[in-house]
Structure formats: structure tokens, C-alpha cells
Design a protein around this ligand. Structure first.
Ligand code: HEM
Length: 106
């Protein structure tokens, strides 16, 4: 389903922003800065110390992979240190991904 980035922004602020930033050069928190996420291989953000599991998970982040990952991160990347239960609602994931695509573009 197409996502609504305005709704997705609220989802990000409520559920992701405590651990992630999106702006270029914003720095890492508990999780890596997500700027430039789309089209990048997982586990390759400079200056962030990933788990071995996330580093070895060779996937390119784009709509489809994020949609599957965010449903259940620990199932998609067994051994990830991202402590997040996942977003079960398809529309919520679509909205969040629409926001991420816009906000993480360098
Ligand atoms: C990793 C997104 C919530 C902590 C990641 C990655 C993505 C992501 C895409 C992989 C980055 C990469 O491979 O370069 C999100 C989104 C969230 C969310 C969209 C909200 C729905 C959280 C929360 C926390 C967190 C709430 C902290 C409690 C982390 C950590 C990693 C990570 C520590 C690195 C995992 C590892 O190295 O195993 N996140 N995240 N994230 N996230 Fe999140």
C-alpha cells in the first residue's frame, strides 16, 4: 500500500527517534544514523559499531526489505542488537517507510 509520510513522521518520532536520527551528519544514538539508507547495504554506516549479525546480513535497504525487516527485526536479522518488537500493521510500516525515504535522502 502507498504510505503517507506525514503519518509516518509521527510513527518515527514515537517509535524510532529515541534510537535513530535521519539528518545528514546528525550522529549515531543507540542505533546508527539513517541518512542515506535507501540503496545502501545493511551494516555499512560509517562510524557505527554494528552487531556481527547486522554486519553480515547482506541486504540492500529499500521499500521491500524495510517492509519485511520492520515487521519483525529479530526474525529478519537473528542476533540483531536492535531491541524493537516490530510493527505489525502493514499501513503503519508503509507510512513509516514513506517518511524514511523522504527524510533520509541526503
Ligand atoms: C538498526 C530502523 C527502532 C536500535 C537499524 C537498522 C534500521 C533501523 C533500518 C539497520 C541499519 C543498517 O543496517 O545500517 C529502525 C526503525 C525503527 C527502529 C525504522 C522504528 C520503527 C529502534 C529502536 C532502537 C533501535 C527503538 C533502540 C531501542 C537499533 C540498533 C541497531 C539498529 C542498536 C543496530 C543493530 C545491530 O547492529 O545489530 N534500525 N529502528 N532501533 N536499530 Fe533501529
Amino acid at each position: 500500500p502507498p504510505g503517507d509520510s506525514k503519518v509516518g513522521e509521527k510513527v518515527f518520532k514515537t517509535k524510532c527517534a529515541q534510537c535513530h536520527t535521519v539528518d545528514k551528519g546528525a550522529g549515531h544514538k543507540q542505533g546508527p544514523n539513517l541518512n542515506g539508507l535507501f540503496g545502501r547495504q545493511s551494516g555499512t554506516t560509517a562510524g557505527y559499531s554494528y552487531s556481527t549479525a547486522n554486519k553480515n546480513m547482506a541486504v540492500t535497504w529499500e521499500e521491500k526489505t524495510l517492509y519485511d525487516y520492520l515487521l519483525n527485526p529479530k526474525k529478519y536479522i537473528p542476533g540483531t542488537k536492535m531491541v524493537f518488537p516490530g510493527l505489525k500493521k502493514p499501513q503503519e510500516r508503509a507510512d513509516l517507510i514513506a517518511y524514511l525515504k523522504q527524510s533520509t535522502a541526503s
